[in-house]
Design a protein around this ligand. Sequence first.
Ligand code: AMP
Ligand code: MG
Length: 511
Amino acid sequence: MPQSMQEVAESILSNRPGSFASLGPAFLTRLPATPVPDPYVVAVSREAAELLGFDARIAEEEPTAFAAYFAGNPTREWPPEALPYAAVYSGHQFGVWAGQLGDGRALTLGEVDRAGARLEVQLKGAGRTPYSRMGDGRAVLRSSIREFLCSEAMHHLGIPTTRSLGVIGSDLPVRRETIETAAIATRIAPSFVRFGNFEHFYANERVDDLKTLADHVIERFYPQCRDADDPYLALLDEVVRRTAELMAQWQGVGFCHGVMNTDNMSILGLTIDYGPFGFMDGFNAHHICNHSDTQGRYSYSRQPQVGYWNLFCLAQALVPLVGAKLPEEGRAERVVEEAQKALERYKTYFAPALEDKMRAKLGLETAREGDDKLANGLLEIMHANRADFTLTFRNLSKLAKADASGDAPVRDFFLDRAAFDAWAVQYRERLAHEPRDDAARAAAMNRVNPKFVLRNHLAEQAIRQANEKDFSEVARLLDLLRRPFDEQPENEAYAGLPPDWASDLEVSCSS
Ligand code: AMP
Ligand code: MG
């Protein structure tokens, strides 16, 4: 276990055999980060540090060295073969082929190996790369804090996600709509490979590289696919399943990603690339969290469909690898058929995953015909009344099976009280078939319906203070969001509706 910053740095290697970096220059470019002046520690996640095998106290004991290293500043000579790297990928942005993209401001420092479990460590905002296009290679403090807090919050909600070790700030000015300051967020994941990595080699007709990439992903993350009849079809099926499950999870907490371009879709089914994301306050099924998404392509209700659309792009990219064992005659048709079949399974993964999620949110232990209608009925009146997504479900656990004595905390979110009462009658009828008593049901519901999510106004408050060099609110939110299902009565204010000043908060692609 690393005991010092030097040992932490030595544990993160970019030249381990079998790593993504070992795939070579067709897949990535090695280069050092661009240093920032006087980096300082903004926030550190204790759990994420543990994940990397060290104690977060190192950041307190050696703040200067910690900040320098995780800002990408050279703390010692990088041997050329062990330099960080930026990966190349392409992708569809807002439904349109965008050509080559790549890590324009992310650099992977390397991997840690913890008893065989390997994790990549990546800096976001560490300077320009060959894939920066017009960008400056930087990220601002605002977006870095949002990414950091949300990564950790999602993890504690039980939703697959990249993780974040922390945020390092610098007073380096960065131009966005206004002048802001730079920050570097450290991200952690078993792999940062995106659908777009596959699309890249497909679009450039580099089938050998495509195969190398697919074999790497199978070998490292989907070894069960290796022995399948068709490993690449099996890979597609796995990614279809994970993506469908992820979409069900997002829908279940009222999370909108905001930029579901194919280059922001993880091959491991993780939530990745936090930008203009948002947890809904008042429920609007067609909520658009990204101010730049003028058409609402990535609205809440469209996310599952977009997941499917993105998988279609991935399937197309995998087609050249599929069907190697099929007879030449009619192979092309068979391959397309098989890929389509794998894609069609998306529905069979997504629908039951969402139904299970909604059933759990309603506190239903058993499954009965009509449960989906009951859930949709609630969502409809929530939408019509813009009832708070998080608090409606959280307070639903207070409803009594026998009578309306516990209705008020939920009912109060509905301007149309009659609509709620009508739904509550159906709900109680349904609860009558449930074996659990009120207390047991409430306890189970409170384990799936969070009380605390990273509402925009909470992040905004922490960011405003951080811009004044007070990072205490970031730490406080991190701590709060570690236990999103706990009552935390001392933090009641953080569970409440957004204040009036927050009603015009806008988040855009600018980050
Ligand atoms: P995103 O929409 O944030 O996922 O970014 C799309 C593409 O633009 C990716 O290839 C990013 O690496 C790149 N990009 C975004 N912002 C910057 C920036 N400030 N500098 C360089 N590249 C960027
Ligand atoms: Mg991206």
